[in-house]
Design a protein around this ligand. Structure first.
Ligand code: BGC
Length: 674
């Protein structure tokens, strides 16, 4: 340990040590002036900075200082772009530096177990590998600027219903392979300064007291060197928490828990060494933060706005294009839907940002002098179709060649704090689309929503762009894509099911009064839809481009034990420059162990000029082939032939190869047939 930290810990009184283990107020740690420790600030996150002005709340009710509202995680996840995530992280960190914030709370690495989870807009993916890579890139970007992150909400916090008390009952293999793996990758690849433990319980124990998850897995096994902070108000038993590996309680406990810690030490129920360990990690965070405080720093608001637009443009996913896109700048478009003037661009709750600026579609069209006419189509404050607004929109649509309808989910449909009950869009939006397609056959729908919706009208429209919650500059990015300034390159980081009843956790989400049982086990997202051969609306990894890519020359080179370099040539066959997300999946041999049909183990986003060819290389390691054997307990590669699949989506595999592997362990595999 660093000598300075050691000296400070030695100089602390018992009261000071206990005091450091909780916040001073809502957003600050305690200061200890005589030892030069300042009250550093930690605040939300994660799609931009939410620094509150007045007295605090953590549900996004109070106003906050203006900051750039970047697209939410469900959008940026679809960029599959590590560099872009790092860039976004750096920009967010710059805003933190200006505002004197030392740690920003995020990213959220919870797996999208069900599309119904109200907070899915804040989460990355249904796949843990993808989650881990994207979360790490963002963390690395933020932390490269000397600002900390808080990887959240650790762990098994996959619903908002009863999120403060629900007990997630998840078998160990599923925990390891699905719900912990993304956190693990983010921790081992990027060492977030803090990890936030969630409110819920796992197997009966609150996360803030969970020795196995905090001390044994996060700290000892994964080697997390930062500290664990509670979600706001998630501390259950403060003394048990210190034993379990929880360092910091937020927000303040106003002395109540400090006293409990002091009593426990004085009565011999808690060793002072354990308390010292907690204090060491907290002091380390404070010292690291203090050296990075730069009160004179200023970021460029216009630059960040432009960056937010670029990120949104690289993230949106073109789901359907029957030759209707891109629009030409000389044609007149009928623009329908109130989202064109009042966009839905961010989620609600603790991540709510007060944007520095807000673009709207109509404003951007005006600025760019593009030809259009607008009709409201629906009232965003009502789900009930308004026939007179629909009639006006129909009249406009009937007299125009191409129609653009803005639709999706309004704010009351998805938020932190509650889950959705269904995947249906407001009837005012669905009915509008139905009636518009009855008068015009060139309809493109742009969706603004944080999570998948059912699309009963899909057969009647020619284009669909999933814009997700695109942040303050999202409307500009939509125009960039629709008019071909940007070639869409986003690919879905979650499956869009045909209907809710098809989703794997449908019968067990959100569980009972006290517990939620993850009975679908490892079969989440594409792992389920592929294994059980379900039709989906749009598969994981899917997204269209204005150009075409060809995949050739796949090679698999052994580079070490269980290590392979997979390479291929990717060519842009079209007339337009563009980027492709090349995906690498592994299909395991059939054995007695139930497994997904295939699992994502690598990806690369590659930009190509028209006619250009690049060699793409992705690496596989032992973990890419292993399942979690609870008998070891540990990662186990079974003997057999593994297929290496390369493709443009989980359902568009372009090339494959086969390799034979020996078993990595002699340990018996569990008998799941009983
Ligand atoms: C949320 C966290 C958030 C914290 C502070 C909690 O209610 O779950 O995601 O970081 O509040 O606002």
């Amino acid at each position: 340990m660093n000598k300075k930290i050691k000296d400070i810990v030695e100089a602390l009184t018992l009261e000071e040590k206990a005091g450091l283990c909780s916040g001073q107020d809502f957003w600050h740690l305690k200061s200890i002036k005589r030892l030069g420790l300042q009250a550093i600030m930690i605040t939300d996150g994660p799609h931009g900075l939410r620094k509150q002005l007045g007295s605090a709340d953590h549900v996004g009710l109070q106003n906050s200082v203006p900051s750039t509202c970047f697209p939410t995680a469900s959008a940026t996840a679809c960029s599959w772009d590590r560099d872009l995530m790092r860039e976004m992280g750096k920009a967010i960190a710059e805003e933190c530096i200006q505002e004197g914030v030392s740690v920003i709370l995020g990213p959220g690495a919870n797996i999208k177990r069900s599309p119904l989870c109200g907070r899915n807009f804040e989460y990355i993916s249904e796949d843990p590998f993808h989650t881990g890579v994207i979360a790490s890139a963002l963390i690395n970007g933020i932390q490269s600027m000397g600002i900390g992150t808080s990887l959240k909400h650790y762990a098994m916090n996959n619903q908002e219903t009863r999120r403060m008390t629900i007990d997630a009952v998840v078998d160990e293999r599923t925990q390891r392979e699905i719900y912990l793996a993304g956190f693990e990758k983010a921790v081992t690849d990027s060492q977030p300064w803090t990890v936030m433990c969630s409110y819920n319980r796992v197997d009966g124990t609150y996360l803030s007291d969970h020795k196995r998850l905090l001390k044994e897995i996060l700290k000892e096994e994964w080697g997390h060197t930062g500290l664990v902070v509670t979600d706001w108000g998630a501390c259950n038993d403060r003394v048990e928490g210190i034993r379990a590996g929880l360092e910091l309680e937020m927000p303040a406990s106003f002395g109540i828990n400090d006293k409990r810690i002091i009593d426990a030490v004085e009565k011999g129920n808690l060793s002072v060494e354990l308390l010292d360990k907690a204090a060491e990690r907290i002091i380390e965070l404070i010292l690291k933060s203090m050296v990075n405080l730069r009160p004179e720093y200023k970021y460029s608001i216009p630059d960040h706005h432009r960056l937010a637009r670029r990120i949104a443009g690289e993230s949106m996913v073109l789901l359907k294009n029957d030759g209707v896109l891109p629009f030409s700048k000389t044609e007149k478009i009928a623009v329908i839907g109130e989202f064109a003037v009042m966009p839905r661009y961010q989620g609600a709750g603790s991540s709510l940002i007060n944007p520095t600026k807000l673009d709207t579609l109509c404003k951007i069209l005006d600025d760019q002098k593009l030809l259009y006419e607008y009709a409201r189509g629906y009232d965003i404050s009502s789900d009930i179709p308004n026939q007179s607004m629909i009639d006006d929109a129909k009249k406009l649509a009937a007299g125009t060649d191409k129609v653009l309808v803005l639709a999706g989910l309004t704010e009351n449909y998805e938020s932190e704090g509650f889950d959705r009950k269904h995947l249906i869009m407001p009837e005012s939006h669905n009915e509008l689309i139905r009636q518009i397609i009855s008068v015009n056959e060139n309809v493109t729908v742009v969706l603004m929503n944080g999570a998948p919706v059912e699309m009963p009208w899909i057969g009647g429209v020619k284009g669909v762009l999933e814009a997700y919650l695109g942040g303050q500059a999202g409307s500009g990015a939509i125009i960039d894509i629709l008019y071909g300034e940007i070639n869409p390159s986003g690919k879905l980081a979650e499956t869009f099911p045909v209907k809710l009843e098809d989703t794997p956790s449908y019968r067990y989400f959100p569980g009972y009064t006290r517990t939620v049982e993850y009975r679908e086990g490892i079969y989440i997202g594409y792992r389920y839809y592929d294994k059980f051969e379900k039709n989906v609306l749009f598969p994981f990894g899917y997204g269209l481009s204005y150009t075409k890519f060809s995949y050739t020359d796949m090679k698999v080179l052994k580079t070490g034990q269980y290590e392979y370099a997979v390479s291929l040539k990717l060519s842009n066959m079209g007339e337009t420059a563009g980027a492709e997300v090349v995906q690498l999946y592994v299909e395991s041999p059939e054995t007695g162990i139930y497994k997904a049909k295939k699992e994502l183990k690598g990806f690369e986003k590659v930009y190509l000029e028209p006619g250009e060819t690049k060699t793409v290389t992705m690496n596989l390691n032992k973990r890419s082939f292993a399942f979690y054997n609870i008998n070891i307990p540990g990662w186990h590669v079974e003997k057999g032939d593994y297929r290496i699949l390369v493709g443009a989506s989980s359902r568009d595999i372009r090339m494959d190869a086969c390799i034979a592997l020996e078993a990595s362990s002699e340990t018996e595999v569990p008998d799941y047939s009983k």
